[in-house]
Design a protein around this ligand. Sequence first.
Ligand SMILES: Cc1cc2nc3c(=O)[nH]c(=O)nc-3n(C[C@H](O)[C@H](O)[C@H](O)COP(=O)(O)O)c2cc1C
Length: 234
Amino acid sequence: MPKFKTEELKVEDQYKLMSGSIIPRPIALVSTLGPDGYNAAPFSFFNCIGVSPPMFMISCSPRDGLGGSKKKNNVKDTVANLRHCPEMVVHIVDYYLRNRMNVCAHDVDSSVDEIEEAGFTIQESEVVKPPRLAECRIQFESKLLDIHEMGKLPYYLILGEVVYFHISDSVINDELHIDPNSLDALGRLAGSGGYTRILDNFVMQRFHPPGSSPPGDIFEAAKAAAKLDRKLKI
Ligand SMILES: Cc1cc2nc3c(=O)[nH]c(=O)nc-3n(C[C@H](O)[C@H](O)[C@H](O)COP(=O)(O)O)c2cc1C
């Protein structure tokens, strides 16, 4: 098995190993408000952190990329805008929105209205200033909790809190379960053009809730399944 000591790896190779291993990654399309107007950009270094309140993280590289210069304020519009107005709307990108999302990924001058160029319709939010993108079926109106600078480049770790959920009827039921097949969320893989869709779902016996001990039969069934995998040399 090849092994690599991190400090001997080039930054680009560290990126390849991280982005190729941690897959698939959900994609947040983030609308923000800056001095020049609205902006939207996609981020796949994105995930849920927890609830009470509902919290998420997004990680933004410097504007000049991985090998970029160390100049001050080398930040993408999303980070600059969040410093200007600490609010955002996070949209989940689905398969049908992939081409519109892709337009928003271009590093163009902040005077260019990427939202209009992509063909999204903007809609007023309920409680935050940045707008919602009407075509997106999951929209989280959110407040910025913090921006942490991390690492040598640095990366900007954006921490946010969802204050208002908008979820389309087409993906949610009365019990607030979201149907992954209807949502058809896009997943990011590695490389310049790698994506995936959720086309193969399966179910495994549920874990017991945290803080409780596992019901004996569920634990026995889980162990038996793992033992069978070892026997079949999976
Ligand atoms: C699917 C996808 C995922 C991306 N994920 C990230 C990411 O996690 N972090 C990042 O800094 N840039 C990411 N990018 C690149 C940004 O979207 C791109 O730099 C964008 O222009 C930033 O826009 P802004 O300057 O308007 O904030 C991603 C691009 C695409 C297409």
